[in-house]
Write a protein that binds this ligand. Sequence first.
Ligand code: HEM
Length: 409
Amino acid sequence: MTLSLSETTMTADPAAVFARLRAEQGHVAWVELEPGVGAWLVMGYDEVLTIARRERLYSRDARNWRLLRDGTVPPDSPLGPMMFFRDNVIGYDGAAHGRLRRPLDAAVGSIDQRRMRRSVERICGLLIGDFAVRGRADLVADYAVIVPMLAIADLFGLDTMRGHELLVAMQALFGSAEDAQDGNRRFEELLGEAMADRRRAPADDLTTALLHHPDLRGDSEVLQSMVVMVSAGYHTTISWIAQSLRLMLTDPRFAARVRGGRLGVDEALDEVLWRDPPMCNMPARYALRDTELGGRPIRRGDALVLGLAAANHDPRVHGGAAGGAPGAEPGNRSHLAWSAGPHSCPGRVPARLITRTAVETVLHRLPGLCLTVPADGIPLAPSPWTRCPASLPVSFPTPDAPPEVTHDR
Ligand code: HEM
């Protein structure tokens, strides 16, 4: 029976699932995205690099997906939001992609990191201040879900109130079908207002940087560039923060590494990108002609999912290294969490700054933090693409009371 892609994310032990799949099928495995919708899960490190880098053979443009063209995948498929064609930087190859990508790289390059760090510290401090007196919190719902959106909104010049509105709109957009349309409308409206403000009064922010980039043609391309940056950075950064906090609370070796100071935190964060990359499975590339990959026959129009988590666990990369565990070698950043090639993530600098600040602020402001459920009782948010804790209930001492329940392992 064909394995469903969700079985690689919704498991307590992804490494065991990858090992089994590899033993059965090699480094390129046939999996099911939805019942009746198959795709290749590319699990080999070199094979992921190949499909990410060779865009003349492996296109990013979903209009090349055979199962979409022949109607096997319906227009209202739940795969749509992640896999259908997008008229923005994500959807194009070659020169058309390069033109839409240059403004994003330039905008990210213009970020004043010291100022951004101060803003993120303020955001994290305020959120922790809101729940610190309670002595308990859910570090996902009360913190990890909120920090990235407020931080990214701030980069685009939206104040905290507008950042919260953006978060609500985004949650509706990804939530129930009923208010998804309204969420989408409000999301674009808020970013559109920021764009109009900056057109009138330029400022030192990403909105202004995009508005003045010569490669973007008109307001609609500026708006779509804002939309793609906010939405691409949102779930991924939540997951990086949540997975880092989960490991801090459940893995004493990791916790010691985080507490080792600034260098320690950065190295520990890289360990998370090896072990639990925020995008475990990244959709997708589409073969432009019949070919072969990892010994498997690939047909023109086949979808290939970038198995970033699986590739990080490729035994050919970790064979004899430090116990064979991904991320165990300090300073090794050759994981594939950001993917590779022309579409590789342009947001790594702000993503790291947000995540590092979020984790450090928890460390400084909430000493004595303990998980209030057993480590194996932490639920995962259901998704075939990511593997993010759905909640992290914790307790910590308040100025007048000790924590109530402790399950620190
Ligand atoms: C933990 C944080 C993040 C991770 C792990 C991550 C990872 C990724 C990955 C794997 C891709 C896909 C590459 C591909 O298709 O080959 C991507 C694309 C992208 N990311 Fe990120 N990302 C993160 C945060 C951010 C942030 C904060 C931003 C913006 C502020 C951002 C903006 C984008 C954009 C615009 C793309 C599309 C680029 C293109 O198609 O050329 N990401 N990211």
